[in-house]
Design a binder for this molecule. Structure first.
Ligand code: LEU
Length: 385
């Protein structure tokens, strides 16, 4: 009896160990489809789906199509952990593009790392993300590479800038990471930080912070937060009379914010890791396809999510030429895929990219844009020279 049981157990175990890769090839997408973070997540879903359609139309992985499996992370850590667990153990994906927020990545990524499942962060920009583990990389350039560009651009627009106010969401890992870089860069550029104000991503009323900022007579305000909070903060700053320049961080890089701050979004300066005019063939194709469908330029978070899926497909193609993906053992494929991701070079909508030894993106060009509102709901990011 005992023997039969252990035999059964053994064969179940070896079955699990010898699990083949399903076709179509399942790639997990774990982004925020609900909650306030879905303001970004919606753009990521669109980008990922475009990649699926586009890459499958061009033969997928050596003739085998890919299939995206979506698990909603919502906006918190628990949601991201749950999504990752489902993708890893239930959906048997080869790897995961996600999650949306760094705050979520610090909790969910270690689970994938322990399970030896490659994760490509599509938008996580806090310091320390690729260092979470060997299986974690990202296609979203870190705050260190992005944030300083916005401040330099602000100084170009107004070389007389001297006194600045800094505000950030203290309950968000990315926002606290980004404000550190903003503050350091401000000092390096000889700007005088008159006040540092904190808020929560869940806040709606910013009277206290705005009053403190107005009391300092600053000529630049620098904000690190997410879309809903930052949108309301900008609106209240302007309504209460602030007239100077505003620099927003990565959390302000979405047109989903426009209906929140409305006409008051006008003029906000935001650094970009993607430009619709980037001249590579890969981007021309992506931008054309996106524009045909959505009648506007593709946003950064869509381009990065597209790139995440593309990196998986390009790396899978290399492995497929050695041995057809369907013949791989899933566990072995995940390990080999992670290695391949890290050594590859990719021609993507973000331009040509590769990864450093930690899995951080090595990207060639960055940009800065300024928001131009047409009316209370619609506007565009105008790229600056
Ligand atoms: N860059 C942010 C982060 O790392 C997310 C983005 C969607 C605003 O959390």
């Amino acid at each position: 009896m005992k023997r039969t049981l252990s035999l059964l157990l053994l064969s179940a175990l070896s079955l699990a160990a010898a699990q083949k890769v399903a076709t179509p090839i399942a790639i997990g997408i774990a982004v925020a489809q609900t909650s306030n973070a879905s303001l970004f997540g919606q753009e990521q879903v669109i980008g990922a789906k475009l990649a699926e359609k586009f890459l499958n139309a061009r033969g997928g992985v050596g003739g085998t199509p890919i299939k995206l499996v979506f698990q909603d992370t919502s906006g918190d850590e628990a949601g991201a952990i749950n999504a990752f667990q489902n993708l890893i153990s239930k959906d048997n994906v080869v790897g995961i593009v996600g999650p949306t927020l760094s705050q979520q990545a610090f909790s969910a990524d270690p689970i994938a790392d322990r399970a030896k499942v490659p994760v490509i962060g599509p938008s996580n920009t806090a310091k320390g993300i690729p260092q979470i583990g060997a299986y974690i990389s990202r296609v979203s350039a870190p705050v260190t590479a992005i944030a300083p560009n916005a401040l330099k651009q602000a100084l170009k627009i107004n070389p007389k800038l001297k006194k600045v106010a800094v505000l950030y969401a203290q309950n968000d890992a990315f926002s606290t990471s980004e404000t550190g870089i903003f503050q350091q860069t401000a000092k390096d550029l000889d700007l005088n930080i008159a006040t540092v104000q904190k808020f929560q991503t869940t806040d709606n009323d910013f009277t206290t912070q705005v009053t403190a900022v107005l009391g300092e007579n600053v000529d630049l305000v620098i904000i690190s937060g997410l879309a809903n909070d930052s949108g309301n903060l900008i609106k209240q700053l302007r309504q209460l009379g602030y007239k100077g320049l505003i620099v927003g961080g990565n959390g302000l890089n979405s047109s989903s914010m426009f209906p929140i701050c409305g006409q008051y979004c006008d003029g906000v300066i935001v650094a970009q890791a993607y430009s619709p005019t980037q001249s590579s063939a890969a981007n021309q194709l992506f931008a054309r396809e996106y524009k045909a469908q959505y009648k506007k330029d593709p946003p950064q978070f869509a381009a990065q999510a597209y790139t995440g899926v593309q990196v998986f497909v390009d790396a899978l193609k290399v492995l497929d030429r050695k041995k057809k993906i369907a013949d791989w053992d899933l566990g072995e494929l995940r390990v080999a895929l992670n290695k391949q991701i890290l050594i590859g070079k990719y021609k993507t909508p973000l331009g040509e990219l590769s990864f450093d030894k930690d899995g951080d993106i090595v990207q060639q060009a960055f940009y800065v844009a300024q928001i131009k509102m047409k009316d209370a709901k619609n506007g565009t990011f105008v790229f600056l020279k």
